[in-house]
Design a protein around this ligand. Structure first.
Ligand code: NAP
Length: 292
């Protein structure tokens, strides 16, 4: 199986490196071509266009920012669709709208190509270590065909249902991640204000019932004052926007998600979208009353 990979960002770079390590013939494409250098040095071919990427590959993976980016890269004027032929499979591993995913799968189906939505969890660390959790929507037989490729990038691969259902499970995942980030920011800020040693707090609460991935991975970065991404704050805001758009379709008490969406939106509007998602804590720090 020849693999194509579009989107050599924080995640795409590590995921494509791991596909090379698994022995796949890999062609990559990135909008900013310089970012393909390291993957090229590791043995990947670089496609000059998305049409060429689609033409050379049996399976084309996309790992991009947001819904309009995936739409443009697949169906845009110079997009993958211009080089696709029947039987090829497009696997979108970005986190995007479940509803738009269904429309994309439908459009590709009309070209007799299959699509899987396969968003991931596990962060930049999981991408580097090849231990991602991959949530897959689409036809089961296509999932089974692509499973060996997923094994090159992840540890837990789950078929979640039809088109869009991988993205729906990811949306639930991101509600949990967003609320964990709020909890971490609020708890660390209060611990600091009451005069506790944050190293001690982190050690104690990580080992008990309050432990979480956020505490394990973002706690040490916060203690060092390292707000670099990892997972960009703007991406978490985008993921909560997708949840917010879904929640609006239902009656119910979803105020935790709405709070997290509001806080992340304010943080993004403050210009912190390119920092790590744990930079949310800045909102709390800035709300500190000025001493006279
Ligand atoms: P990133 O480092 O910002 O990389 C984004 C990639 O998408 C870059 O290669 C960028 O190209 C490309 N891109 C964006 N818009 C494009 C467009 N309109 N046309 C062509 N290429 C475009 O982001 P990332 O952290 O790898 O995240 C990628 C996806 O994974 C997101 O959906 C995110 O929510 C999800 N995710 C991320 C993490 C994480 O921890 N980072 C974890 C789980 C899921 P350029 O280089 O030209 O900008």
């Amino acid at each position: 199986m020849k693999i194509g990979f579009a989107g050599i960002g924080i995640m795409g770079k590590s995921m494509s490196m791991n596909l090379l390590k698994s022995g796949y013939a890999l062609t990559v494409w990135n909008r900013t071509p310089e970012k393909t250098e390291a993957v090229k040095d590791a043995g990947a071919e670089v496609a000059a266009s998305l049409a060429q990427l689609a033409d050379r590959s049996d399976v084309i993976i996309t790992m991009l920012n947001d819904t309009p980016d995936v739409d443009e890269v697949i169906l845009g004027k110079d997009g993958l669709a211009t080089g696709l032929s029947p039987g090829k499979v497009v696997v979108d591993m970005s986190t995007i709208s479940p509803d738009v995913t269904e429309l994309l799968a439908d459009r590709l189906g009309k070209m007799r190509c299959d699509m899987l939505d396969a968003p991931v969890s596990g962060g930049d660390v999981g991408a580097r270590n090849g231990t991602l959790t991959i949530m897959v929507g689409g036809k089961r037989q296509v999932f089974e065909k692509i499973l060996p490729v997923f094994r090159g990038m992840g540890k837990t691969m789950v078929h979640c249902g039809g088109h869009g259902d991988g993205q729906r499970v990811k949306m639930i995942n991101q509600i949990l991640c967003g609320l964990h980030a709020v909890a971490l920011s609020e708890a660390f800020t209060l611990a600091d204000r009451v005069g506790l040693d944050l190293e001690v707090v982190h050690k104690v609460v990580s080992s008990g019932a309050a432990g979480s991935w956020a505490l394990d991975n973002y706690g040490p970065r916060l203690l060092k004052g390292d707000l670099s991404p990892g997972f960009k704050l703007g991406m978490q805001q985008k993921d909560l926007r997708i949840a917010h758009e879904t929640i609006r379709q239902f009656e119910g008490e979803f105020s935790g998600t709405e709070l997290a969406y509001r806080l992340f939106t304010r943080a993004k509007e403050n210009g912190w979208g390119e920092l790590g998602s744990h930079a949310l804590i800045r909102l709390y720090e800035e709300s500190r009353p000025q001493s006279c």
